[in-house]
Each structure stands twice: as C-alpha cells, then as structure tokens.
Ligand binder design. Structure first.
Ligand SMILES: NC(=O)c1ccc[n+]([C@@H]2O[C@H](COP(=O)([O-])OP(=O)(O)OC[C@H]3O[C@@H](n4cnc5c(N)ncnc54)[C@H](O)[C@@H]3O)[C@@H](O)[C@H]2O)c1
Length: 332
C-alpha cells in the first residue's frame, strides 16, 4: 500500500495530539519534522523514526526532503505562520493547519483566495465538527421550530503556553480558544447577522496570577445574532483557578433542551424524557483521518472545515475583537 508522506511544521503541544493520530495510521508516514526547539523536533523525529529534521519551516521547504512530502500538518503559535501556508501553496502541498490560522486578517484572506484558485485540499483544526455529539445536535435542530436562545461558555484557567499571556500573540481567548464554539455556532446555524462583544480586565494581576507581561482579557461576552431568530451569547473566561465552570453550549428550543457539555456528553431533555449521551469518538483522530483520506482520494468533501470556510469563523472572531475595542455592533 502506498503510504501518505507527511511533514510536520511545529512539534509542540497540539502537534502531539496529531502525532497520536498518525501513530495509529498504518497508511501514513511522517517523513520530515521542523521546530526551532531542538528537543521537540528531535522527539517528534524519534517517535516516527524520521531523519529529515529541520529547525524551522524555511529550512524544511528549502530542503531536498520537501520534494518527498505529500502533505503538511502545521501547528505553530498564531503569530508564527509568517509564510508557511504561502510556501505550501507555491509547492502545491495540501495542508492541515491549526486554528487560529493567523492573527493577520489580510493574510487569512490572501491564503483563502490562493488555495481556492489552486483547488488545494486544506483543513483547519476545528476538531469539534467531527464529534458525534455535534452531529446529533446538527441533525436534531431542523426537526424543531426555528429560533431560540443559545448560551455558550468556555471558562477556565490560563493555558500554559508563553504566547497566551499577551493579546497580541494569542488574539484573545475568544479568538484563540473559544473560536471552537464560535465555529460550532456557524456549523449549526450558518453565517451570523451581527456580533457585539465586551471584554474585561483586572481580575488577573500580572506577575501574581500570570506572567508579568499578561495583558489579555480576563473575560469576554459576545452576543451573536443568526438567521431564523437564533441569538447566542458566548462567554469566555480564563480567570478560574480552583473550580471548573461548565463549558459547552446550552441550546433552548421550544420543546427541547440540548445541553452540550464540551467534548464530553450531551444531555437531551424533553417534556417526557432525559437522555445523556457520552462522546464516543476521538474527534482529533477523525479530523486527521478525514484530511489524510481527502488527500489520498482527492475527495475534499470529507473535510468539514477547510481553510476558506474556517476564515469565516476567524473573521467572526476578529469582528468580536473589533466590537470589544469600539463598543459597536458589527453587522454583516
Ligand atoms: N484544534 C485544537 O483543538 C487545538 C488545541 C490546542 C492548540 N491549538 C492551536 O495549535 C497551535 C499551536 O498550539 P500549541 O499549543 O501546540 O503551541 P506550542 O507553543 O506548544 O507549539 C507551537 C510550536 O511551534 C513551533 N514553531 C514556531 N515557529 C515555527 C516555525 N517557523 N517552524 C516550525 N515550528 C515552529 C514552536 O517552537 C512550538 O514548539 C495554536 O494556534 C493553537 O491555538 C489547537
């Protein structure tokens, strides 16, 4: 069987989850890895027995090894994308890249236009689209009267990566982390009509609760209107220390409540019954498998969020940030 030859750009935390997937796939071979952190690139290379090891994406793209790669998986911090996707497009290499794909709005639009023009297979790491629980919600919604309120939340602590401490390097929690639920709302309800968002700082004291340079929002609230009378309120918070507030989506229909508890379970309540459905899949594995299968077969329809679609979620997050700054409602 011909194996798909993958290159990994970025060998940090999220790349580890992708590596777990590829380790389980007998038709995939990781043939090249790149990361400025020696320990990380060597660790990844050792895991897959690969000898093409590079200190960054430029070294990888300029190497002979680049010619032997069928597709790329890009998992670098939000500000490190520089020309990674552009170089992949030049070489005609399909890629799976992590959200948020960049903090540069213009760059995101340029890349989307270029992949569209080239007809390149791309995927973005919106893992929740591959969840069985999300599929159940998506199938259930059309069976009910349109409209209703949705409450969404992602409230927890500050992630450990250095780049999360500053809004200029992470984009803020809504854009970096809660973009998963924002994208989930788009997946369920289509394009937003408007967004209004507020943000607050002052709970977390830099140098005490976070590093001295911490300057991102402690929490934010976005109100998003969708077609068919749906309004969602999405809260994000990173100030929690010793408690774990509930995260997920709470969807109130006229005759049903869909209580989606983030990546864990879905409680469906009607007048006559309550069902609790546990997550039954490894959604990151399914995300990776869909990308591999799409590249191997040329069937892009297997991908639930390609770059061009993901840009719409990223744009919605940028609009929320804009609204936090201006205090204005952004209409689309
Ligand atoms: N889809 C998801 O569920 C999910 C989960 C976690 C993180 N993420 C996203 O994945 C991305 C990476 O997050 P992370 O937690 O792995 O961060 P990380 O800091 O742990 O890893 C990023 C790695 O990229 C490397 N890197 C930077 N520039 C590079 C370059 N030019 N060439 C090669 N490697 C380079 C860094 O040295 C680092 O090891 C972020 O955008 C994050 O939002 C997605």
């Amino acid at each position: 069987m011909k194996k798909l030859k993958l290159g990994l750009i970025g060998c940090g935390g999220r790349a580890g989850a992708h590596m777990n997937s590829f380790e389980k796939m007998s038709d995939v071979e990781v043939v090249a890895v790149a990361d400025p952190i020696e320990e990380r690139r060597n660790g990844a290379a050792k895991r897959f027995g690969c000898s093409s090891v590079f200190k960054d994406h430029t070294e990888l793209f300029n190497s002979e090894a680049a010619r032997g790669i069928d597709a790329l998986v890009i998992a670098v911090e939000p500000t490190a994308h520089t020309d990674i996707e552009e170089r992949a497009i030049e070489l005609g290499l399909p890629f799976l890249t992590e959200k948020p794909m960049t903090l540069d709005r213009a760059q995101a639009q340029r890349i989307a236009a270029a992949v569209k023009e080239k007809g390149l297979i791309t995927s973005v790491g919106f893992q929740d689209r591959y969840l069985d629980l999300m599929e159940i919600i998506k199938a259930e919604l059309p069976k009910h009267r349109a409209g209703g309120l949705v409450y969404g939340a992602w409230v927890g602590g500050i992630p450990g990566v250095w780049w999360w401490q500053k809004k200029s390097t992470c984009g803020g929690q809504l854009l970096e982390q809660n973009i998963h639920l924002l994208d989930g709302l788009r997946y369920l309800y289509g394009e937003a009509l408007s967004i209004y968002a507020t943000a607050s700082r002052g709970m977390i004291v830099p140098g005490r609760d976070a590093s001295a340079e911490y300057d991102t929002d402690d929490h934010s609230t976005a109100v998003i209107r969708f077609q068919n009378n749906v309004t969602a309120t999405l809260v994000s918070g990173c100030y929690s220390k010793d408690v774990r507030p509930r995260c997920g989506l709470y969807i109130t229909l006229d005759d049903m409540i869909l209580d989606y508890r983030l990546r864990n379970n879905l409680i469906i309540t009607t007048a006559t019954e309550t069902r609790d459905i546990k997550r039954g899949v490894d959604q990151t594995y399914l995300l990776d498998r869909a990308f591999v299968d799409a590249v191997m077969t040329g069937d892009a329809s297997l991908i639930r969020s390609d770059y061009c679609d993901a840009v719409k979620s990223l744009e919605l997050a940028f609009a929320a940030n804009e609204s936090m700054e201006s205090g204005k409602v952004i209409y689309f």
